[in-house]
Design a protein around this ligand. Structure first.
Ligand SMILES: Cc1ncc(COP(=O)(O)O)c(C=O)c1O
Length: 460
């Protein structure tokens, strides 16, 4: 008997067409692709299809299993088997603009997520994971922070740490806690755009201090301090975003001693330290009283955790920081903070980070091969900074790349002052598949070799 709710679909099998279960799965795939089977439609019950095709039940079962493996079908228990919802494919753009870690080589991220969450749920009270905690992280989360920061600081008192919902929130809360509207914040001319966003939202003035190939120039910092009486200096000294510069130890020491002499407060935003090859010590170890240190998990593990650790040694400042943080974000999500803690203590964080580092290095090698002489930036970190030939300007190139389906970020996005470099930032992590990354870089390299005159953008 024909069920009116079932699609009128019957695959054609041939004697020469190979294994029958594969013929059925292939026919299903073709029907979904051409739209004769639609997402959400119920498939004939296996027994009935077997009878209609005159094949064994196991043949149909294998065919449905195969189609499920290809993500074409989903089972809904006793209610039957349905055509799966289509894969969400918002855009096919090759995204070299999003600064995220690459999929870790040799580490199964999905499995770590499942294992880690099940450990957390076994060991924690789920009610407590789902309610407010306003003290800047549980004791175990702060101990995890101290362990996370061991490579940089050896031993830390976990009470000096605050768990934050990411570095961006930490930067904003530090600005709110340590400065007043109209106060000056100093930074390098090219820097992380989230700093500018927070400073301008809160009405603080961002003034730039010249930087050279080693980062902020000490003499210029001293002069700017005399002139502008800044309340904060923002530095991102390791694999800087966007220039990929790692400030050498000598420069760090010079800046640290100016900070001590001029009683400066420094925000050291250091997301990439653990990804770098033999990075110099953080400035926070050279001028502990002067520096607030931020270490996010976003770049070493995954940004979705929204977990960063902030080192604030002074208890009163820590309290002011928490008051500021609560005003716009309240706290880090306890569930993801607990997952980060689980991963840090059970070794998953190290394994994941090792996978991210390995994959990042492989990707740098690909970038170096393709971009050859234009390539700047060491072989570590997640991005490269590409100085452009004079015949391209960065905005023009970003627009041209965009119309060829490649997203890159022009220097203007990072310029805190009026001038900007003629360069683009290329992120190596956001394209999941290494082959597609290679294709994107090759297309970009061809574009760079062409002159802008030969390019005319479609106007729609
Ligand atoms: C230097 C720097 N600071 C902060 C952030 C933001 O990190 P989070 O995801 O922890 O907010 C980024 C992200 O790109 C960054 O590059």
């Amino acid at each position: 008997m024909q069920d009116e709710n079932l699609p009128n679909w019957l695959p054609q099998l041939t004697a020469q067409g190979g294994p029958r279960f594969l013929q059925i799965a292939d026919a299903l795939q073709a029907a979904v692709a051409e739209g004769s089977l639609k997402p959400g439609e119920r498939l004939p019950p296996q027994r009935r299809l077997a009878a209609q095709l005159d094949v064994d039940l196991t043949t149909v079962t294998r065919a449905y299993d195969e189609a499920r493996r290809r993500n074409l079908l989903e089972g809904r228990g006793a209610r039957g088997t349905y055509v799966a919802a289509p894969k969400v494919e918002l855009t096919s753009i090759l995204d070299l603009s999003m600064n995220t870690p690459p999929p870790p080589d040799g580490a199964d991220f999905g499995d770590m997520l499942k294992q880690g969450l099940s450990q957390v749920l076994m060991r924690a009270d789920s009610d407590l994971l789902m309610t407010y905690h306003l003290a800047g992280g549980s004791e175990s989360d702060r101990q995890a922070g101290a362990k996370w920061l061991e490579p940089m600081f050896e031993r830390l008192d976990s009470r000096q740490l605050v768990v934050c919902p990411g570095a961006q929130a930490a930067i904003a809360a530090l600005i709110l806690a340590l400065t007043e509207p109209g106060d000056v914040i100093l930074a390098e001319p090219m820097n992380y755009p989230g700093l500018r966003a927070a400073a301008s939202q809160f009405g603080r003035r961002l003034i730039t201090v010249e930087a050279d190939k080693h980062g902020m120039v000490p003499g210029m910092l001293e002069a700017a301090c005399r002139k502008h009486k800044p309340k904060l200096v923002y530095l991102n000294p390791t694999l800087q975003n966007p220039t990929a510069i790692t400030m050498p130890e000598r420069r760090r020491r010079e800046l640290a001693s100016i900070a001590k002499r001029c009683k400066l407060r420094i925000v050291e935003d250091d997301p990439y330290w653990l990804l770098a090859d033999a990075p110099p010590p953080p400035i926070a170890t050279l001028a502990p009283e002067q520096v607030y240190y931020i270490s996010t998990l976003s770049k070493c593990l995954t940004p979705g955790l929204r977990v960063a650790f902030v080192l604030i040694r002074d208890p009163q400042e820590r309290e002011r920081f928490l008051v500021a943080l609560r005003s716009f974000a309240l706290m880090a999500a306890p569930l993801t903070a607990a997952l980060a803690t689980q991963w840090i203590f059970d070794g998953s964080a190290d394994a994941l980070m090792a996978g991210v580092r390995k994959e990042a290095r492989l990707r740098h090698r690909i970038a170096r091969d393709i971009l050859a002489g234009r390539y700047s930036g060491a072989g570590d970190g997640l991005h490269v900074w590409l100085e452009l030939p004079a015949y391209w300007n960065s905005l023009q190139l970003a627009r041209a790349a965009d119309s060829e389906g490649i997203a890159v970020t022009p220097a203007e996005a990072f310029a805190a002052g009026s001038g900007s470099a003629n360069a683009i930032r290329i992120c190596l992590g956001s394209i999941k598949d290494r082959g597609r990354l290679q294709a994107g870089l090759q297309r970009l390299s061809h574009l760079l070799a062409r002159r802008p005159e030969s390019f005319s953008a479609a106007v729609v």
